[in-house]
Design a binder for this molecule. Structure first.
Ligand code: PRP
Ligand code: URA
Length: 686
């Protein structure tokens, strides 16, 4: 085990480049294969069921998952322990592309998706990734995922054999029911590894019931060889590429790319690394893109990162790329085991129906979760318009064709919904009306800025509201730095949760501030000093702690001080006392000012957990500048976009470091979603 793994991330058993001892290494790799297996084999089976013909084969799919994983490892320079598999997002579009344009439509489409990933990777490398949040906010991604799941609902019902108008085969229904119940019970009751593979267990259980009821024909297994070469497809050899139809699949890349970012963020949090920073989103996207392109080239489904395998890493605490790479090699070998893949192909339709009954709804509910977790504000008409238009186009069977014959381009269902969602979200103006909201917490606790009991806003109800300056706009401000780190997001979750008590709240504020202090002092100059280690002499850097002063804005800023003094214990400390006068438009009232006498020679780190309207920060910076301070940095835990605009306009020379930039201010100038009144939560005064 590497020293880094032990010291920096004690929770990991094996870090990225550690090799586990051989027997464990093999077992862990097999676990990865198991985790991906259920979902990966379902993709070709369900695509074929949708298309009514064999489009994808299980052997090619397994080989492509393995090759894709190895490609990803190379592209990320072995910097991320991800196993690639095929996303459910492609089931309906690939089947539809096949129906319209045969293998040429389906496989060229998959290659085009790979190329889109590669192009986006290049853009991310050149201009960064902030623009992605703008183009793909939760209000676009959530409905897209819902459309993917709900769009497949009728095919699940068909596989079970209970679609209206069909003669019911009761044996099939029993098998589907057994599969459904087993999968659901595993989801609810299982622990550990089993919980990660409910669909695989459901398929195995349902398959056994199907065998007992005589619904499985083993002839293909008996006829198959032990080894057989998968039926790869090659453009220009086994089919003619069809770009027109292919482009109809392309917009699905929007969803899988968002999934990609989410998976890497989650995995990064699990293994204690910012994967979007290192190896970097450009490299991880390139890995998925090349893997998908190669899969299309060989006649396999698109290859993308896989939630199940993220869970395996979380469960085993094994982040070793040696393990994921070996799992990739195992998947390739499985693809060549003829008897095994023939056995998988004997899974009868009702088993698949039983799994799909859960799976498709599960996908749709995940879309809903994206909206809920990101607190998408459906009091905003713009959001309602974006989501509802996408749902109707995606599920209503819409199709738009441009051109005719071989040179035609059709956007239908999901693809059309994705394009329309992105465009509406980017170009529909924000409404001007104030919004009456917000969450239950604020309604309960009026003093924290919510609505009155009767739901009316206490003030300013009919005032004209400016076109909002959004979080995205704030992130583009040159001197604003959002921490953007999964662990910070995780810690802020604790602070935001209204159930968190005073003690834990205080501790977590300090903890977050330690990290923020590191980030804010990235440009700190060090004096050269010579020291002697137990081994040798060396010249190294030392911070001149006397160059710094911390100035908390009372009260809440005091809660941050402990974190900063852990980093620079010898910094001097000043105090600025201020409160917002609710009766006077939340203007800050200054009641105390005391700073070190030599403050003008120090870099001042000004502390306040909440930057709301920005009034307090602007006034505090004014006061410090009046005292001759030339170098000021502002640290806050949560900032509102509106306040960031005000402070950066008033003091463009002051960099602002914040844990998170939230959505907006409510009518009482409280940050939404925010964490409530920071002072009250730190001191328990509410
Ligand atoms: C809060 C917070 C900031 C200020 C931010 O303090 O701690 O100081 O509001 O708001 P602004 O950006 O709109 O000026 P508050 O007035 O509640 O006083 P407290 O720290 O004593 O609770
Ligand atoms: N001050 C706080 O403590 N919380 C807010 O949301 C806004 C200002």
């Amino acid at each position: 085990m590497s020293e880094k793994a032990t010291t920096q991330n004690a929770a990991l058993k094996y870090d990225l480049h550690d090799k586990p001892p051989v027997p464990q290494w093999i077992v862990l790799a097999i676990q990865h294969v198991f985790a991906m297996f259920g979902a990966t084999i379902l993709v070709p089976i369900l695509v074929n069921a949708q298309a009514g013909e064999e489009v994808l084969t299980i052997p090619v799919t397994l080989v492509c998952a393995g090759i894709g994983t190895l490609i990803y490892i190379v592209c990320t320079k072995a910097g991320s322990p991800v196993f690639l598999g095929s996303s459910f997002a492609f089931i309906a579009p690939v089947a539809a592309a096949y129906t319209r344009g045969g293998k040429g439509g389906a496989f060229t489409g998959i290659m085009v998706v790979g190329i889109i990933y590669i192009i986006v990777a290049l853009i991310v490398k050149l201009v960064g990734k902030r623009w992605i949040d703008r183009v793909l906010p939760p209000v676009v991604i959530g409905p897209m995922i819902m459309i993917i799941g709900l769009g497949l609902a009728s095919s699940a019902v068909g596989q079970i054999g209970i679609a209206s108008g069909t003669d019911i085969n009761w044996k099939g229904v029993i098998v589907a029911l057994a599969t459904f119940v087993i999968t659901a019970l595993v989801m609810v009751l299982a622990k550990g590894f089993l919980k990660i593979i409910p669909f695989l267990i459901g398929i195995i259980g349902g398959y056994i019931v199907a065998v007992l009821l005589g619904l499985v024909d083993f002839t293909p297994v008996l006829e198959a060889g032990f080894f057989s070469v998968p039926h790869f497809q090659f453009p220009g050899v086994t089919y003619t590429p069809n770009l027109g139809v292919a482009l109809t699949i392309a917009p699905i890349a929007i969803v899988t790319m968002a999934e990609h970012i989410g998976d890497h963020t989650a995995l990064g949090a699990i293994i204690g690394k910012d994967l979007l920073h290192k190896p970097g989103l450009d490299r991880t996207l390139l890995g998925d893109g090349l893997a998908t392109f190669v899969a299309g080239l060989l006649g396999g489904p698109a290859n993308t990162t896989y939630g199940e395998n993220t869970s395996v890493v979380g469960m085993t605490r094994v982040a070793s790329v040696w393990v994921t790479g070996t799992a990739g090699i195992f998947a390739i070998i499985l693809g060549f085991l003829g008897k095994f893949t023939a056995l998988v192909q004997t899974i009868p339709n009702p088993v698949l129906g039983g799994v799909s009954l859960l799976l498709y709804g599960f996908i749709a509910v995940n879309g809903l979760k994206v909206l809920i977790q990101n607190q998408t504000n459906f009091n905003k008409n713009k959001n309602i318009i974006v989501a509802s238009t996408m749902l109707v186009l995606g599920l209503g069977g819409a199709a738009l064709t441009f051109g005719t014959g071989n040179v035609s381009l059709t956007f239908s269902g999901m693809s059309l919904a994705a394009i329309v969602g992105v465009v509406l979200n980017l170009f529909l103006p924000e409404e001007r009306e104030p919004i009456i909201e917000e969450i239950g917490y604020e309604e309960e606790e009026d003093a924290q800025g919510g609505a009155d009991d009767d739901g009316d806003s206490a003030e300013g109800g009919d005032e004209e509201v400016e076109i909002p300056f959004t979080a995205g706009d704030a992130r583009d401000l040159p001197n604003v730095f959002e921490m953007n780190h999964p662990i910070i997001t995780h810690k802020l979750r604790v602070l935001r949760d209204k159930k968190t008590g005073t003690k834990e709240f205080r501790e977590v504020v300090e903890e977050v501030c330690v990290y923020m202090c590191y980030r804010a002092l990235e440009d700190a100059e060090l004096n050269e000093v010579e020291i002697e280690t137990p081994i040798t002499k060396m010249v190294t850097g030392e911070l001149d702690e006397n160059r710094y002063a911390f100035v908390p804005i009372l009260r809440a800023g005091m809660g941050m001080l402990g974190g900063l003094t852990q980093v620079i214990p010898n910094a001097k400390i000043g105090h600025i006392g201020m409160y917002r006068d609710e009766k006077n438009g939340n203007k800050p009232v200054n009641y105390f000012f005391k700073v070190p006498s030599d403050i003008e020679h120090r870099t001042v780190i000004l502390l306040d957990p909440m930057l709301a309207t920005g009034g307090s920060a602007v006034d505090a910076i004014d006061m410090l500048k009046e005292k001759g301070v030339k170098s000021i940095k502002f640290l806050c835990v949560i900032a509102a976009p509106e306040g960031l605009k005000v402070v950066t306009e008033a003091h463009p020379d002051v960099p602002i470091y914040c844990g998170a930039i939230d959505d907006h201010l409510n009518e009482k100038a409280y940050i939404v979603p925010g964490l409530g009144d920071a002072g009250d939560r730190i001191y328990g005064t509410k």
